[in-house]
Design a protein around this ligand. Structure first.
Ligand SMILES: Nc1nc2c(ncn2[C@@H]2O[C@H](COP(=O)(O)OP(=O)(O)OP(=O)(O)O)[C@@H](O)[C@H]2O)c(=O)[nH]1
Ligand SMILES: [Mg+2]
Length: 333
């Protein structure tokens, strides 16, 4: 075996950071910037032209270098190391190093970590890795088997705004989506394409919200008909539909959260769950709450990213004791 060795420890890239462990004499020569002194936690150094990152000495005398976690950075780091005569040694890193001692349950959470898209998801995943504790009142029994709910927290659900032409769909979309700029006009049949944007909710989760073409039975041109076809496909694909209808008209035929629009003076027809006016803000908070309640009926603190198969591992690893204490559980809902 060569005296100069390295191992890539990162789980499958891309990730926020990469991890490379280096063994060898005189590693200073590789880096621009001084390596940490004895007893010093870490230092920011540059590995030639590959990348800069933190360097820290390990107890076994190896150096842990953490550059950025892109595949391109990893290749550049490997090029530099190979040019200096380093040999790559196999270390299925997650097994051997970073995740040493982790069970299947924690590893699953680790694998999800690079694709975490919201603060709420991060909380779910970090808790799975045992880095934070469960809050008082957490009811394990409600969640261990509720994998679809957990998956929802770990994905970005699709919320589709649907309804008749001119109902106010694009106006609502623009209000919800900070980056969305759908055309709004009082001509029915304005929207043709499906437009998507991120809508951050107050519970820390994010959803993707979609504006669609208005649906009507008759009189649509060919282009509008294609718009409606796309709208229906998006509606079929939705995790949640917001079905909009002007407050003066009857109950819409589509199922979903029924929202009466243009309720500028607070009026709400009996068929509607919520009455909104984007123009003066009526019902907007209620609408956001309804979306949260439908898609995320539980707060992230109440969600365990456990599949049923993983639950046994979690128990075996003593999670129960660590998270719930020895006094047992109670349902704090
Ligand atoms: N008074 C009032 N008018 C509104 C409100 N929301 C939307 N409108 C008006 O309703 C008209 C239609 O709005 P859009 O958002 O384009 O309606 P849409 O449902 O996207 O229509 P299509 O794309 O044709 O299906 C526009 O003139 C808007 O200004 C509201 O809260 N109050
Ligand atoms: Mg529109």
């Amino acid at each position: 075996m060569k005296p100069y060795r390295y191992a890539i420890l990162t789980s499958p890239l891309p990730a926020a950071i990469g991890m490379v462990r280096l063994w060898g004499q005189n590693l200073d020569a590789l880096f621009e910037g001084r390596l940490p002194e004895k007893g010093e936690a870490h230092r920011l150094v540059r590995l030639r032209n590959a990348d800069q990152g933190l360097a820290a000495w390990s107890a076994d005398g190896s150096l842990l270098f953490t550059p950025h976690g892109g595949a391109g950075v990893r290749d550049a780091v490997e090029d530099v190391l190979k040019a200096f005569g380093f040999e790559r040694v196999s270390a299925p890193g997650v097994d051997e190093d970073f995740a040493r001692g982790m069970n299947r349950y924690q590893r699953a959470a680790l694998a999800i970590l690079p694709s975490v898209a919201s603060e709420a998801q991060l909380r779910v995943v970090l808790r799975a890795m045992g880095q934070t504790s469960a809050p008082a009142g957490f009811d394990r029994h409600a969640f261990v088997s509720d994998w679809p709910l957990v998956k929802r927290w770990l994905s970005i659900p699709r919320v589709v705004i649907a309804g008749a032409p001119n109902a106010g769909k694009s106006t609502l979309f623009n209000a919800l989506a900070s980056q969305g700029h759908a055309i709004v006009s009082d001509t029915p049949g304005t929207t043709r394409d499906v437009l998507g944007a991120i809508w951050p909710l107050r519970n820390g989760a994010v959803v993707e919200v979609f504006d669609t073409a208005g649906l009507r039975e008759h009189g649509a041109s060919m282009v509008e008909a294609e718009g409606m076809r796309r709208a229906r496909a998006a509606i079929d694909d939705a995790d949640l539909r917001l079905v909009l209808q002007e407050h003066g008209l009857g109950r819409p035929a589509l199922s979903g959260v029924l929202v009466a629009t243009k309720c500028d003076s607070g009026e709400r027809p009996s068929w509607a769950e919520i009455g909104i006016s984007v123009h003066n803000g009526v019902g907007m908070e209620e609408l956001a709450k309804a979306v949260e309640a439908n898609l995320f009926p539980l707060l992230p603190d109440r969600v365990l990213p456990l599949s049923e198969a993983m639950a046994d591992d979690a128990k075996a690893a003593g999670f129960e004791e660590r998270w719930f204490g020895s006094k047992g559980l109670h349902n704090g809902q």
